[in-house]
Design a protein around this ligand. Structure first.
Ligand code: SAM
Length: 389
């Protein structure tokens, strides 16, 4: 195998495809001259070049030599890096490269080059998850955060905010059902519901499964998250078009400061306690929620991982237990979330989820939550229960 020679290669490309570069020289001749075509990314469009057209950028032939203004010849293979995704073609045939054709070629060449793209989220400095990427679908920097959408083999489309998994096609139902149904089914007649954060629309989708609901208000600070979710996660965000839904692009902390006695249920579906979400884990925020709720209101906040965020859970639980007559902690297994085990903290003014009559509970269409597990959720494993002591 030729010695590594990445003088000609954009650093981002060689970092992503270290083996590709090595192999370039080693690509068997059967796939053409083994040339590679590099262009600055992102490329405005995915249209490639026809035989005979000249390209701008770098062409590295099998000798690793850079050649400007290359004319494509039959048998040439060229690579194009689009937003970290490797696209290529064979024989310089650009126009009629359909996704399936490209996909077929990509897979065969990826197999040849054993190239794999993996997304890794470090959940702690010493631990993380990694997931095989099919392609990158979206990337942008918003006023508040980086918003990425990747298509993964295992979990389908994955929404990442600042590089952290927010939701995926395959396991989102667990989180969204568990943040919504415990409170919604404990309250006898939830009419006005508030979701703070939750820009992917999943919590709202579950809330709307209750016929008593008259208004479902989403207070999301970053409008771009909602738009991206509507584009790449229609099964999650689709419910945001329901006539009962009101979307407010606003800081949730500010919103609960301004309303009193307005909601029956409030769900805090926030990101990790970083950036604009830091205040969503603070006692004074929960106090404002207490006053934004009606006399018999219920709140639930996502409260992070019992493995990696024990101090935070203990503090959040005790803050809510100080403010509300009833406080409960429960968990659910969300495979793509840190440690795979997630927690939710409930505060209630009147109704206790342990006192409900299961027979009378509403039976929404779900894949994880059931009325039978409603009370069982609070029989916590010892090392989780001790966080409420
Ligand atoms: N289920 C995910 C989790 O547990 O990590 C959270 C998903 S949801 C997409 C989180 C949303 O909270 C993000 O869209 C983010 O923009 C929003 N957010 C963060 N801070 C906020 C604030 N202060 N007010 C309103 N929305 C906020």
């Amino acid at each position: 195998m030729a010695a590594k020679d990445n003088r000609m290669i954009p650093e981002s490309f060689s970092r992503r495809f270290p083996r590709a570069i090595h192999r370039q020289a080693g690509i068997p001749s059967s796939v053409g001259s083994g040339g590679s075509w590099f262009m600055p990314s992102p490329i405005p469009s995915r249209s490639l070049f026809d035989v005979g057209s000249t390209g701008c950028g770098w062409f590295v032939n099998s000798m690793g030599e850079g050649v400007e203004d290359y004319t494509f010849r039959e048998g040439d293979v060229f690579f194009v890096e689009v937003g970290g995704e490797l696209l290529y073609s064979k024989d310089g045939v650009g126009k009629n490269i359909g996704d399936s054709y490209l996909k077929g070629w990509k897979e065969s060449l990826m197999d040849k080059l054993q190239m794999e793209l993996w997304f890794t989220e470090k959940q702690t400095p010493d631990h993380g998850i990694t997931s095989k990427i099919v392609r990158t679908l979206h990337h942008e920097e918003t006023k508040y955060q980086t918003v990425d959408v990747i298509e993964t083999r295992q979990f389908g489309n994955m929404l990442l905010l600042d590089g952290m998994v927010m939701t995926t096609d395959k396991d989102e139902f667990v989180y969204h059902e568990m943040i919504a149904h415990v409170a919604m089914n404990t309250h006898p007649e939830p009419k006005d519901v508030l979701v703070i954060g939750g820009g992917d629309g999943g919590a709202i989708r579950e809330v709307l499964k209750y016929p008593t609901v008259e208004t479902a208000t989403l207070v999301e600070i970053d409008e771009r998250v909602i738009e991206v979710a509507k584009t790449y996660f229609p099964a999650i965000a689709g419910a945001l078009d329901d006539p009962r839904v009101r979307v407010r692009i606003e800081d949730g902390i500010r919103h609960v400061e301004e309303v009193k006695n307005a909601y029956d249920v409030i769900l805090v579906d926030s990101t990790e306690p970083i950036g604009p979400a830091v205040g969503l884990f603070q006692r004074d925020f929960y106090e404002r929620i207490f006053h934004a709720l009606r006399r018999d209101g219920i709140m639930v906040a996502q409260s992070e991982s019992p493995w990696f965020n024990r101090d935070l859970i203990a503090r959040v639980y005790h803050d809510i237990a100080d403010l509300f007559p009833i406080a409960r902690l429960y968990t659910a297994s969300v495979p793509t979330y840190p440690s795979g085990l997630w927690s939710f903290t409930l505060g209630s003014k009147v109704y206790d989820p342990l006192e409900v009559d299961e027979i009378k509970l509403h039976r929404p269409e779900t894949k994880y939550y059931t009325p039978e597990m409603h009370k069982a959720l609070f029989a916590l494993p010892k090392y989780v229960a001790e966080l409420t002591k």
